[in-house]
Design a protein around this ligand. Sequence first.
Ligand code: BG6
Length: 487
Amino acid sequence: MAEFIPVDPFDIVIFGGTGDLSKRKLIPALFHRFLDGQIDQSCRIVGVARSKLSRQEFVNLAKEACQAASSNWDEGKWGSFSEFLEYIHMDVTKVGPSWNTLKGYLTNDGRPQVFYLATTPLIYTAICNVLGEVGLNTPNARLVLEKPIGTDLESAREINAGVGAIFEEKSIYRIDHYLGKETVQNLIVLRFANALLEPVWSRNAIDHVQITVAEELGLEGRADYYDRSGAVRDMIQNHLLQLVCLTAMEPPNSLEADDVRVEKIKVLKALKPYTAETVLQNSTRAQYDAGLVKGKKVVSYQESLSGEKPKSTTETFVALKVEIQNGRWAGVPFYLRTGKRMEGRRSSIMIQFKPTPHPLFDKADRLPNRLVMRLQPDEGMRLFMQIKEPGPGGLRLKYLPLDLSYAENFTVRYPDAYERLLMDIVRGNLALFMSRDEVEAAWRWVDQLLKSWDEVSQPLETYVAGTQGPIQSAMLLDRDGREWWEQ
Ligand code: BG6
């Protein structure tokens, strides 16, 4: 049974309160924290959006969202939770009387006041300016910024400067929900709470690292955003680079935000930039064609874009060979890949160790140790090892995993990443949020990748939906005598 430590009373205002993120993640996350007794009865949750809804209509929308995200529905508990909810429709970029209504909903007893910007990043600065003008940028305020923070380094800097003019850095929570996932946090525990791993966690023992985030989903109604972003901006710039950071960073001095952030930034700064000379050999971009996902026909990416769009050149898949230029990782490639409409929903980090130095056994049997951290689904860890197959008559080797499955060892419900992150915001714990410098360092590297693609007119490959991506992704590893780990 998991233990939940209640958080102090707080108020939260969700800008973009009727949007997809609010409905799918934020409101259900708050509801689940309430069900577990972590949220106090005096909390206020205020949805703010342009839609002219009444409070009751907003409550109905929230109820539908929570029902969709709950396996055990408790009408009584919902009744209590729904009393927290308020709704205001307004143009959030302009000062007006509605801001007084909003202020009226907030409790002024020194409690945290969370302002969650789940809107387009284009209006982040405008909202902050108004928050400043109406005096809501108090020391108790916590500003939450959803990704994407910008579309390149320049726009990210503009947003950071704009919001930074109104809120102090210590009040700004830049969310990357991958950092709230159970297994991602477990990576930190695994690395730094187990003494046996540190001596082998480097170029001395590790051959290479693979990070895969494969999705079955396609555009899910976000065509407009996605077609302007593509897999690099949508996934690599944030989620995958954060996974690289946690895998590769030096042990931080403590788990305090400043100490962890310093180490992550060092990794981002050590990423070898692509150039026109290196990018073709070390990356692949592709877009999915029609195919079968879980036995169901899906149309091509191009067809899934609504309207009469010209041919899109947006990548829905990317595979990269990344180098980290520091003493720990020199010469150890990190292979990253992510894509939509792939064969299965599967995210993992696979650490492949070097082979044993002296060939005591047959070449065919000399498989390397692999540590696989499975982020989703079936969260857990497997350490693949060689053992002797039982029985007389020679030495036959068997390659089997030491298997640490979360489901088998823990019977708790896995909270969604947003549940953990929202509670951290209320507690004022910044450790799982990105700093301004981190976001900018990630964009700097990504900009260079995109610029190099432009310079060489990097081809856009295709892959059949429901597969592991294009053949060029396999070739990326094949050139180094390696293969993607597909288990
Ligand atoms: C989001 C991306 O940040 O992460 C989506 O914008 C993607 O395109 C999603 O589908 C993946 O998150 P998860 O938690 O489902 O792996």
